[in-house]
Design a protein around this ligand. Structure first.
Ligand code: PMP
Length: 439
């Protein structure tokens, strides 16, 4: 069996960086985690190490690995001949269940990734309003495509110029796309009002992560989502909650249920497919009916709503409505964060671990949760990598690519005993790094 390093070297000959997603190099361990199998809350790497998985596929493995309900769904699809490009009774059932759970969803369409979902929703919002601009929030992430990978997570050096000249987040994205993006600081009512006053008539949508897991688990401050709802309604702007990450993490109705604010449309991804590629975009019927063949907006795709993820998604939705699903996740949340907060207090560490449901972020260098993206600039990325390395050496896998205050999480198959092991490994790790962590 090859070692991680040997496989990394070989893979790099044929895959740029040895990976199929730029962030899969785990800088804490120095290679990508090449795995051989996964089950429940655990993954095994090619060197035979058994690790408690605290990445959980960046939030997609909320059911954990190899969940029996998903395995049965995949088997059923195999028996049916795993059709693609056809609709089945299961597509209708999945759509109906999702519309029952998600408050803003009168109608829904499915695709495979979160990025595809945001792309399609942006298009229909523009078609519906006849406007082009997008108001978005700093720190929030909505996928890697040209329409929106601008002005979200600028490096500190591109700050605050990001507000006058939105930062293009990858070479290759034409500058012209930036003319359509209006970045606004999150949780800043005055900046939001100003942006809507200035650009409202040209703005098709406001898009946001209702909980900004992608930059430190930043929650909306009291009243901010309500203000956003009122201002967008007044200005005829479509309010789009990007729930690719937040859906199902705390409740079956998404963050719109958690905070009681209903957007016009939303995107859902990650956990929805029970670990298989499935995403959705949904919303008010009059907007969703813009799509062909009812209206004239195009949404197509050979692999949209492939039968295997559709059946896995149905299995997932059957799990989340079981009463024990969220009570178990809530117990884990209480247990993990009670333990972490106690360790932070006892060892006087200069860090905070904000959480919302089954996902959380470490922010090093401050003791209270961030309110805006720039509050996370203190996060010591190199020190965080050392923590992740120490945890990995002790059998706990956190994925970090040095990209800021990234999110972590657990699944419904994690047990209290696993969380105890995580806490034990965390305490041993921080003891080694204590002087750095107290700064
Ligand atoms: N929106 C949000 C809020 C996300 O967190 C992500 C992925 N991290 C995306 C969109 C893009 O999803 P995907 O990686 O499936 O394209």
């Amino acid at each position: 069996m090859a070692t991680l390093q040997e496989l990394y070297t070989r893979a790099s000959e044929v895959l740029p960086g040895g990976v199929n997603s730029s962030i899969r190099l785990n800088r804490a361990i120095g290679t990508p985690l090449y795995t051989s199998r996964s089950e429940g809350p655990y993954v095994w790497d090619v060197e035979g190490r058994k690790l408690i998985d605290m990445c959980c596929a960046h939030g997609a493995a909320l059911l954990g690995h190899k969940h029996p309900a998903v395995v049965a769904a995949v088997q059923k699809a195999i028996e049916m001949g795993f059709l693609s490009c056809f609709e089945t009774e299961y597509h209708e059932r999945l759509a109906r269940k999702l519309c029952e759970l998600i408050p803003c969803a009168d109608k829904v369409r499915f695709c495979s990734s979160g990025s595809e979902a945001t792309l399609h929703l942006i298009r229909v919002c523009r078609a519906f309003t006849g406007r082009k601009k997008i108001i978005r929030f700093e720190g929030h992430f909505h996928g890697y495509h040209e329409l929106i990978y601008i002005g979200g997570q600028p490096p500190e050096a591109a700050f605050p110029s990001n507000r006058s000249k939105p930062y293009i987040e990858s070479p290759g994205i034409p500058e012209e796309f930036a003319d359509l993006i209006i970045p606004v600081p999150f949780n800043d009512p005055e900046a939001l009002k100003k942006a809507i006053r200035k650009h409202g008539e040209d703005t098709a949508l406001v898009i946001l992560e209702p909980v900004n897991y992608n930059s430190g688990c930043i929650k909306p401050e009291e009243g901010f989502l309500r203000l956003l709802r009122e201002l967008t309604q007044e200005a005829g702007i479509i309010l789009n909650f990007d729930e690719v990450q937040s859906a199902f993490k705390k409740s079956a109705g998404g963050a719109q249920t958690d905070f009681g604010i209903i957007p016009d449309v939303c995107t859902i991804g990650k956990a929805l497919g029970g670990g298989l590629p499935l995403s959705a975009f949904c919303g008010r019927a009059e907007i969703m009916n813009m799509y062909k063949p009812v209206g004239n907006v195009q949404h197509s795709g050979t692999f949209n709503a492939h039968l295997i993820p559709v059946l896995a998604g149905l299995a997932f939705l059957e799990e989340v409505v079981k009463p024990e699903f969220y009570s178990h996740l809530q117990n884990l949340e209480k247990h993990l964060h009670g333990g972490l907060d106690e360790l932070i207090r006892r060892h006087e560490l200069n860090m905070v671990v904000p959480h919302h449901g089954a996902r959380f972020n470490f922010i090093l260098g401050r003791k209270t949760p961030a309110i805006r993206y720039e509050d996370t600039f203190c996060h010591d990325r190199e020190l965080m990598l050392k923590i992740c390395r120490g945890l990995w050496q002790r059998g706990v896998y956190f994925h970090d690519y040095g990209g800021g205050a990234v999110h972590h999480g657990y699944s419904v198959q994690h047990m209290e005993k696993d969380i105890d092991d995580v806490l034990g490994a965390f305490e041993d790790t921080i003891k080694d790094l204590k002087t750095d962590l107290q700064k």
